[in-house]
Design a protein around this ligand. Structure first.
Ligand code: PGA
Length: 269
């Protein structure tokens, strides 16, 4: 039976030193401890590489810890890169791959992301694969094709029995960051259904049902619950609005309260 717990994650990008991260982790851990039903959801934090150990140590097992990227090779002449074995030593659970900023600023290709997905699965991590159309894709009405293209390449040759370990982060490039605006929830709903259909086509509908699909891009405390409920995604992936642990915990608490108020089950079984 498929189970998709709600997920709330944050990618810190290039923010926070290890000392700042440690303080954040302790605060978040304590605040999460006070949220009703928190055990039914999965919370994760993706710090910079240099802060992963500190965050992991202070997490108290209240949230998962991951990396924002990794290289597909185990070792070698790749100056400045980090490999799966290095991350294994830090005990990470999740690795984000193909974030829009990496695709755009560091020319990460879909094929490279596919290699990383395989390396992450092999290492026992859950790859959080970010996909999303550009502003131009949307203007030319090819957003569905653009995302399906990214998804099909990222997941090429992934085994059917491994697909449930992946997480899809839908983040339209035009929705992310200071210049972004949150997508319309109905639009995200439509895109999410499309991704599930693509996954079904690739892996069969039973396997596709087990993959969590999260939304990210200018999620704020105010709009989070509405997005979660109206788009029917499995969780939210938050940048700026989660840089403060109190704000992140409060966003999660509000979403759970709203879920309950609408008698929505916290686990889809
Ligand atoms: P944002 O970032 O919430 O600050 O828009 C989202 C992301 O890039 O994951």
């Amino acid at each position: 039976m498929s189970r998709r717990p709600l997920m709330f994650g944050t990618n810190w990008k290039m923010h926070k030193t290890a000392a700042e991260a440690s303080h954040y982790a302790v605060t978040l851990r304590d605040l999460l401890g006070g949220i009703e039903d928190i055990e039914s959801v999965q919370v994760f934090v993706l710090p910079s590489y240099t802060a992963i150990a500190a965050v992991k140590e202070s997490s108290g097992g209240k949230f998962l810890v991951g990396a924002q990227n990794m290289h597909s090779k185990q070792s070698g002449p790749y100056t400045g890169e980090i490999s799966a074995p290095m991350l294994t030593e830090l005990g990470i659970d999740i690795v984000q791959l193909g974030h829009a900023e990496r695709r755009e600023m560091y020319n990460e290709s879909d094929a490279a992301i596919n290699e990383k997905v395989h390396a992450a699965l092999l290492a026992g991590f859950r790859p959080l694969i970010c996909i999303g159309e550009s502003r131009a894709d949307r203007e030319f009405s090819v957003e569905r094709d653009a995302c399906a293209y990214q998804l099909r390449i990222a997941l090429k040759d992934v085994m059917r029995d491994a697909i449930h370990r992946t997480i899809i982060g839908y983040e339209p490039a035009w929705a992310i960051g200071e210049n972004g605006t949150i997508a319309d929830a109905q639009y995200v709903h439509m895109m999410k259904d499309h991704f599930r259909a693509v996954l079904g086509d690739m892996f069969g509908s039973d396997s596709a049902e087990r993959v969590p699909i999260l939304y990210g891009g200018s999620v704020s405390e105010d709009g989070a619950a509405r997005m979660l409920i109206e788009s029917d995604v499995d969780g939210l992936f938050v940048g700026r609005a989660a840089l403060d642990p109190t704000a992140f915990a409060s966003l999660i608490a509000k979403c759970l309260l709203e879920y309950k108020a609408r008698s929505r089950p916290l686990l889809i079984t």
